[in-house]
Design a protein around this ligand. Structure first.
Ligand code: NDP
Length: 257
């Protein structure tokens, strides 16, 4: 590869990982076409960063650049990163692995397919994206990997064995990346949202909504922007020494677990 590798301006010093202070970072958000991922992407873009989102079909949201990606397919992930790097003009410096699905069901009735599909998207998908992202990060000696988990990954959830296992797995993934690559200026962290105001929670029956709210010390659901703010902080120079951490954004629901 020597001599043929593209020359990129990483925008950071190779000797000082904190020197990216307030420089625009090259950010890729998976599943950034809607929901929490879209709020994260808009938050980075509004702060002046260079953002590309992944989407599976249709067009990217207005004002954002997008590449098509299915995180269950390694070739699709590789292609998406290559296209994102072309759009960004440099390798991805911040990966936000947000794409995720649920296929809830009681353990005794859960099919292999539903278990595998959730783990393949939520956990293996994040692994595929992180594996591709760190190539450029290692060369730059700078990178931020943020994995979007869930309070359910830490507390468990009846009817969510597949989802909880996939989200708990992200903790081991982030901590192992931290151990492998912490010395190369790369951090890897997990954000664990609780209940978030989304289309899904909007449609909750009133009695269920009241029950959930009673279990949250903050007494309300979070906005998607509140999750985005924490993700953005983890990618900021101020968080350069935070790695292998699990940051809850759950109004106290998980009490720090
Ligand atoms: P949405 O269902 O609104 O969006 C999920 C996103 O993931 C979509 O962009 C979807 O793309 C994408 N996606 C799904 N499967 C794949 C795949 N195989 N390849 C690429 N992209 C895929 O979810 P939310 O915004 O609610 O959640 C975002 C993340 O936050 C998820 O990881 C979720 O588990 C987590 N979370 C959500 C909470 C909540 O209350 N909503 C609470 C805690 C965690 P497409 O549009 O093509 O389907």
């Amino acid at each position: 590869l020597v001599g043929t590798a593209p020359r990129y301006d990483y925008g950071v010093s190779v000797t000082d990982s904190t020197s990216s202070n307030h420089q625009p970072q090259a950010v890729l958000v998976t599943g950034g076409n809607r929901g929490i991922g879209l709020a994260i992407a808009r938050s980075f873009a509004d702060a002046g960063h260079d953002v590309v989102i992944t989407h599976r079909s249709g067009q990217p949201p207005e004002g954002l650049r997008g590449v098509v990606c299915d995180v269950t397919d390694s070739e699709s992930v590789d292609r998406a990163f290559t296209q994102a790097e072309e759009l960004l003009g440099r390798p991805v410096q911040v990966l936000v692995a947000n794409a995720g699905i649920t296929k809830d069901g009681l353990l005794m009735r859960m099919s292999d397919e539903d278990f595998d599909a959730v783990v393949d998207t939520n956990l293996a998908g994040a692994f595929r994206c992180a594996r591709r992202a760190v190539k450029g990060m290692i060369r730059a000696r700078h990178g931020r990997v943020v994995l979007v988990s869930s309070v359910v990954g830490l507390l468990g959830g009846a009817g969510q064995t597949n989802y909880a296992a996939s989200k708990a797995g992200l903790v081991g993934l982030a901590r192992s990346i931290t151990r492998e690559l912490g010395g190369r200026g790369i951090t890897a962290n997990v954000v664990a949202p609780g209940f978030i105001e989304t289309e899904m929670t909007d449609q909750l029956p009133e009695d269920l909504r009241t029950k959930y709210l009673a279990s949250i010390p903050a007494g309300r659901f979070a906005t998607t922007e509140e999750v985005a703010g924490v993700v953005r902080w983890l990618a900021s120079p101020e968080a350069a020494y935070v790695s292998g951490a699990v940051i809850p954004v759950d109004g106290g629901l998980g009490m720090g677990h």
